[in-house]
Design a protein around this ligand. Structure first.
Ligand code: HEM
Length: 440
């Protein structure tokens, strides 16, 4: 083993800090990177070699250059897969490729364009309308509901009754909480098993699957052609002529809904926060919209250069998928270092996006930096073949929320900084803000 990445941490340091690491590992990672360099190496207690990186060369080697040698880690494909099922996010190899090929057309431009002119503006309007005005409210649950409705209506044309929606949201939250503890504090897993926490999480997952099954049945009974992702899953065939199995349809549905709304909702919360803190950002968006003039929403969104820069800066500064992981299948040489088979690699998108070697004043939130091409360390949606399937969808969704917010609302300067949580996604514990209608 070369000594480029000298062992930086001992597993006992992880154990010692485990409580803080469960709550939010981000400040620990930052401190370690500042102390030991852009790639850290250590061993888990079971002997697995671990790399944690914020080095773009290292990250892009794993995600793009030699991606064939790297699968989603067992933490994602098995532990997380145990809860959210086998789908695009958790599958590997040939199985992943088959599903990606089948689902990709659901995200083609023509299809997205249609929903961005009709279903999405409607869902965004009603999501924003739900937020109580003239008082401080935690906008997080509202953003969650809004993003959930956008995904279910736009991608699946599904009407979900409010109480079912609440139930699903509650389950996703509870299971995420449980999963994060399981991964970050494995020493307590046996205890959690004994006191029934694991059983409860699995029961919640079964309940969510049952709800999804009901939604699929309702759609199948309607006999209407929807020409959406669910039709694609139910009616398209793989290259060998076979159909997607019923269980897989539920898994993919859950994964697309979970991956497609939680991330966006958290980014929207932070976008609201920055807009509230800096009224000039909102003025710039409004000026841009006036210049663009009347057009269909999709056309307007396509021309929002400043708006897009603001969304991009939000995803740089607060990347919802803040860390991603892989495992090496075979030995490999990365940035002069030999990685053993089975090495676990964690790529901190959060730290890549704030690495001072590549970003000028990385701790400053500044949309204007995206008015020119960003450095190649900007990967809020990942990179390579496993890049987010919903990346354009998410960008346009955030732009549509920004468009409606700028036209119809104003935000009051917040009086509190939100507390950051680094769970599977990066999120604020609560996001207290006050909205008012414009000119009221
Ligand atoms: C701001 C919003 C979003 C962010 C920041 C985000 C980020 C990411 C990232 C970083 C990955 C790659 C994970 C890895 O390489 O391990 C990913 C994958 C994925 N995302 Fe997103 N995502 C967002 C929105 C969405 C939306 C709207 C959908 C669907 C409607 C979606 C569905 C997926 C799926 C299915 C995958 C797995 C893709 C594959 O491996 O083939 N995401 N996302």
């Amino acid at each position: 083993m070369g000594e480029k990445f000298t062992p930086s941490l001992h597993w006992s340091q992880l154990l010692w800090n485990s409580r803080g690491l469960v709550r939010n590992p981000i400040p620990y990672h930052h401190k370690w990177f500042e102390t030991y360099g852009d790639t850290l190496r250590f061993r888990f207690i079971n002997g697995t070699e671990v790399y944690l990186t914020r080095d773009p060369e290292f990250a892009l080697h794993i995600l793009k250059k030699n991606h064939k040698n790297y699968y989603k880690s067992d933490v994602t494909s098995e532990n997380l897969g145990h809860y959210i099922g086998k789908g695009l996010l958790t599958l590997n190899g040939g199985e992943w490729k088959k599903d990606r090929r089948l689902l990709q057309p659901g995200f083609y431009k023509e299809r997205i364009q249609k929903v961005f002119n009709e279903a999405i503006p409607k869902a965004v309007t009603s999501g924003l309308d739900d937020i109580p005005l003239g008082q401080q409210v935690d906008v997080k649950p509202y953003m969650n509901r809004l993003a959930f409705e956008v995904v279910t209506k736009a991608l699946f044309d599904i009407e979900v009754a409010p109480e079912r929606l609440e139930e699903i949201r509650h389950i996703i939250d509870a299971v995420q909480e449980h999963f994060v503890k399981e991964v970050r504090e494995p020493q307590w897993n046996f205890w959690r098993y004994l006191i029934g926490q694991k059983r409860l999480a699995l029961a919640q997952v079964s309940r969510m699957r049952a709800i999804m099954q009901e939604l699929i049945q309702e759609r199948q009974q309607s006999k209407l052609v929807h020409d959406d992702l669910l039709d694609l899953m139910l009616q398209s065939t793989y290259e060998d002529g076979s159909y997607m199995e019923a269980d897989r349809v539920i898994d993919e549905l859950i994964i697309l809904i979970v991956a497609g709304h939680e991330t966006t909702a958290n980014a929207l919360c932070y976008m609201f926060y920055e807009l509230a803190r800096n009224p000039n950002f909102m003025y710039a968006v409004r000026a841009e919209l006036t210049e663009i003039g009347a057009a269909s929403p999709y056309h307007q969104l396509g021309q929002m250069t400043y708006g897009k820069a603001l969304v991009q800066e939000t995803l740089r500064y607060y990347p919802p998928a803040w860390i991603i992981d892989r495992k090496a299948l075979e030995a490999d040489t990365v940035a002069g270092e030999t990685l053993a088979p089975n090495s676990f690699v964690a790529i901190s998108i959060y730290e890549l996006h704030r690495n001072p070697t590549y970003w000028e004043q990385p701790e400053r939130f500044d949309p204007e930096r995206f008015l020119k091409p960003p450095p190649p360390v900007y990967i809020p949606f990942g990179a390579g073949p496993r890049m987010c399937i919903g990346n354009h969808f998410a960008l346009f969704e955030m732009l549509e929320v920004l468009r409606q917010l700028a036209v119809n609302y104003q935000l009051k300067v917040p009086n509190k900084e939100p507390e950051q949580l680094g769970k599977i996604t990066l999120q604020a514990r609560t996001m207290l803000l006050e909205l008012n209608k414009r000119n009221e």
